[in-house]
Design a protein around this ligand. Structure first.
Ligand SMILES: [Zn+2]
Length: 161
């Protein structure tokens, strides 16, 4: 179990990372700046980087595979995303789309998200009861508000067609 202080730090770290990326859309550079941010350990910075890359790859694969848009992946309009995060994320996804390979693709398909993990933006469904959670800004995955379940899958407009 992740303690809640650490979860909060990771979630603010993810938001901070998006601010750095807004200024300069280059992940390694942004992570370097994040590691100078006093509130985080190096391990936490690495973790946040992994969470971001996971989100970016998932979105990039979705768009490449289905010929759809970011709003379909989010399952809500990009305008609902707080601040400049939507634009920044969109830029990063475009870059990620150019560098995807097939092996990675297979690996990302088995995606499951768990309570306590940090997610950027998007819509998730509880695997036990089907409850939907919408993230309009980065945050940590809570236990399901309905059934206290801890496993989720990301859903897109593709899932409701
Ligand atoms: Zn549930």
């Amino acid at each position: 179990m992740t303690d809640s202080n650490s979860s909060n730090r990771l979630a603010s770290g993810y938001q901070k990372l998006m601010e750095f990326l807004h200024e300069k859309p280059q992940i390694d550079h942004a992570l370097e700046r994040l590691s100078e941010w006093e509130e985080l350990t190096r391990e936490e910075v690495d973790k946040i980087g992994d969470y971001l890359k996971r989100d970016l790859r998932d979105a990039a694969h979705f768009i490449n595979d289905n010929g759809k848009e970011l709003k379909d992946w989010l399952k809500f309009d990009l305008d609902l995303v707080e601040g400049a995060i939507g634009d920044t994320f969109s830029t990063m996804v475009d870059e990620t789309r150019l560098t995807l390979d097939k092996i990675e693709h297979e690996a990302s398909r088995v995606g499951e998200w768990h309570t306590g993990e940090i997610v950027g933006i998007g819509t998730f469904e509880c695997k036990s009861c089907g409850e939907l959670l919408h993230f309009h800004k980065p945050g940590h995955m809570p236990p399901c508000p309905k059934c206290r379940g801890t496993k989720y899958r990301r859903i897109t407009t593709q899932d409701s067609e």
